[in-house]
Design a protein around this ligand. Sequence first.
Ligand code: UTP
Length: 293
Amino acid sequence: MTKRIRKAVFPVAGLGTRFLPATKAVPKEMLTVVDRPVLQHVVDEAREAGIEHFVFVTGRNKGVIEDHFDIAYELEDTLRRRNKTKEYEALVADLPPAGATSFTRQQAPLGLGHAVWCARDIIGDEPFAVLLPDMVTLANGRKKSRCLAQVVEAYEKHGGNIIAVEEVPPEETHQYGVVAVGEDYGDSFSITGMVEKPPRGTAPSNLMISGRYILEPEIFAILEKGEKGAGGEIQLTDAMIGLSKAQDFYGVRFDGKTYDTGSKLGFLAANIAFGLARPDVAEGLRAELKKLL
Ligand code: UTP
């Protein structure tokens, strides 16, 4: 029987250089998609998948993230006194329960693998989820859940380590971590290889690692070595390649759409897609888009 996935790591210590100057003073995870910070969308997705404890790996200038997931006494009191009940209740509903968040510091942005390793003591000896907080996912098709719930479902079926993947055009695979496909079970498959940013024309498939994972705690011993990979950074993909020599990895083809809000185009596309999926703004947005196009 598989263990329950209770904890999730959100690595939010990156510099966001692709989105300067917006990210000079504001963490890129706090930019908004419609009216919610990107990170709030990702925490919503984790809650929907049954996550109970949220571990944020932060860095300097990210204090506003901690404030966002805490009560805002003055604001809440003012909303109550002005009878803005709907707004007040929405804020309270978003708040994680007391004690359900942990914050740790990465100190220097040495890479995604290093950020995940910084959460080792808080995670302890149990399988856990990792969600890249600049990737937002939108459910569609026959499954109504977002990506992490589909990943948890695959974990309950296979056990081991699970990675969400999404198809990209073959000429773009050199920008991503890419997996090789073994035995295929339809929605999921066994992974026979992984490579981070393969040189053009050498990728084993067009399935990119899209930013949702379930990992067994043995990953921490590999990350502890601090080996540097692509871009001189401690890469999570390299540690997963190491762990795959001893443990099984499975891929999940996410039935939905993922947007990389860390890139300008992905951010704009996410705002349009999420806006069109929101009943309160969809009609007006569609009319505005028609005028523009
Ligand atoms: P990215 O490479 O997309 O984020 O990492 P970045 O480095 O902030 O962005 P650019 O490329 O400079 O624009 C994916 C996620 O991993 C986190 C980032 O915050 C982001 O959410 N990350 C990355 C860390 O927490 N620490 C790191 O050392 C690197």
